[in-house]
Design a protein around this ligand. Structure first.
Ligand code: NDP
Length: 459
């Protein structure tokens, strides 16, 4: 960690991300690392007084139980600029007094981020300026590549942090630990022993008033293209010699380059559905298409599933099923590894035909190993028994980890430009097949498990 004071310049300081996630995340970072020096600068068009900005920052720091003395210290340098950052003069006035190192956090609508980076491209920024960007990183492979090229004209790739708060440090390190830090898992982490891998992110939450964002995105873009493919890359990558950002980023890129839709056929390797009225946890949920701000003609899916394969020696012929959706009956945020049947069962033991499975729960972190073991009361029969362990809790909020990494120039949790493009390349045929109507939009009642027959691997 640097001794210097980092300026955290938040573009979009009046928005939801800033007050709900960024500032509280910063609070937890400073609680864990009290010696870290930060100056919090906000900018947006809304008229916010100095006092209101201080109140916003204070509320977040208090929620992280930062000592009063530390909060006061932070507030002495915390400033807010009322500015339309797409107006060159106003942008100049925001940047005029800032001292490096600077982290420019784009908590902005995507189209504004693109325009702002076009302005920054022509400016002379301090050499240690870093950019932090929120998804979406483009909307298809071409726009992602274009945006990447534009960002590279502002700062070098090592100073661009495409944020995926979903990949918190705890999740990533837990995956590394389970796989590489014991003698049991690593040798069987391949197609010889693993039959399939399911990465699920089912939520019970419905739209929750987020039509403005969600109806233009849908489950595939919101979750699969971004978060689930990242998790898959961490799961399936080759072993890093050391946990450095460069090494991990390259190994993730390698595995994603080898990834494509199962049988290269988007029409049979993807499914989409939208919830209609139902009940979740006793709460009435209206039909998605009748929610305020939803345009039903967009046919936005609230549940998506794709099957992909990784064409390399380790994973040849192992399907990876990535599924995520909203308003489902049960929360399921996990990776399920299904092992192949034993090569031979001693004659006389009765097969229970249940696969052994490793279940890695993402949030909260837990590991469960389900193994066939002799059954209770009948030693010739078999039944599945579970060995479970809870994993350590995260030491701070995901955005605390994200901000700490960016301020330290550590890109372990960032998404490298080529990785963002690969993720679009993988899902692009699905998006095209869906908009061509090649895959029907199914329906499921809110509070159900989704439509029947999903999770089946196409021949
Ligand atoms: P909001 O719409 O709540 O906030 C957008 C911010 O941008 C506002 O502060 C707005 O302020 C500011 N803004 C817009 N135009 C300008 C301009 N020309 N000059 C200066 N400021 C401008 O969006 P969110 O906070 O929800 O999201 C921001 C980004 O974070 C998006 O990319 C989103 O995808 C991403 N994200 C959001 C999450 C969330 O839970 N909210 C989660 C993960 C990612 P004003 O109108 O006052 O100028």
């Amino acid at each position: 960690m640097s001794d210097e004071t980092t300026t955290l310049l938040i573009f979009g300081a009046s928005g939801d991300l800033t007050s709900r996630l960024l500032l509280p995340g910063l609070g937890t970072l400073l609680a864990v690392e009290p010696e870290r020096k930060v100056r919090v600068v906000g900018a947006a068009r809304e008229a916010i007084s100095k006092q209101e900005w201080h109140d916003k920052v204070r509320t977040a720091m208090e929620s992280a139980e930062l000592p009063e003395e530390r909060i006061e210290q932070l507030l002495t340098s915390a400033v807010y600029y009322q500015a339309d950052v797409l107006q060159q003069e106003e942008l100049d006035s925001v940047l005029a007094d800032l001292e490096g190192p600077i982290v420019m956090y784009f908590a902005l609508p995507p189209q504004i981020s693109i325009k702002l980076s076009a302005l920054l491209e022509k400016m002379d920024l301090p050499a240690d300026t870093r950019l932090a960007l929120e998804k979406p990183f483009g909307h298809d492979p071409e726009s992602a590549a274009e945006f990447n090229a534009q960002l590279l004209r502002v700062v070098p790739e090592s100073h661009i942090h495409r944020v995926d708060h979903f990949i918190g440090v705890a999740t990533v390190l837990n995956l590394m630990g389970v796989r590489f830090a014991n003698r049991l898992m690593e040798p069987i982490w391949n197609s010889e022993h693993i039959e399939r891998v399911d990465i699920n992110y089912d939520e019970t939450l419905a739209l929750e008033g987020r039509a403005g964002y969600y109806d233009g995105a849908g489950a595939l873009k919101d979750m699969t293209q971004s978060h689930l493919l990242q998790i898959m890359a961490f799961f399936a990558m080759e072993a890093p010699a050391r946990l450095t950002a460069d090494e991990v980023q390259s190994l993730k890129a390698q595995v994603l380059r080898a990834t494509s839709l199962w049988n290269e056929d988007p029409a049979v390797s993807s499914r989409r559905a939208r919830y209609n009225a139902g009940t979740v946890d006793g709460k009435e949920i209206p039909d998605y298409s009748s929610e305020e701000g939803v345009d039903p003609s967009r046919e936005t899916e609230t549940l998506a599933e794709i099957v992909v394969g990784i064409d390399n020696a380790r994973w040849k012929n192992v399907p990876f099923v990535l599924r995520s959706g909203k308003a489902l009956g049960e929360v399921s945020k996990e990776i399920i590894v299904t092992f192949r049947a034993p090569r031979h069962l001693p004659l006389g033991l009765k097969d229970n035909n249940q696969p052994d499975r490793l279940i890695l729960q993402l949030k909260p972190g837990a590991v469960t190993l389900e193994l066939a073991i002799n059954a209770q009361g009948d030693p010739f029969a078999l039944e599945q028994k579970s060995l479970s362990a809870e994993l350590g809790k995260a030491r701070m909020l995901p955005y605390g980890e994200v901000l700490g990494g960016i301020m330290d120039g550590n890109a372990l949790l960032s998404i490298r430009g080529d990785v963002a493009e690969e993720c679009w390349r993988i899902v692009d045929p699905v998006l095209k097949a869906w908009s061509a109507g090649d895959v029907p939009l199914q329906e499921y009642p809110a509070g159900s498990d989704g439509p029947e027959g999903w999770g089946v691997i196409p021949d």
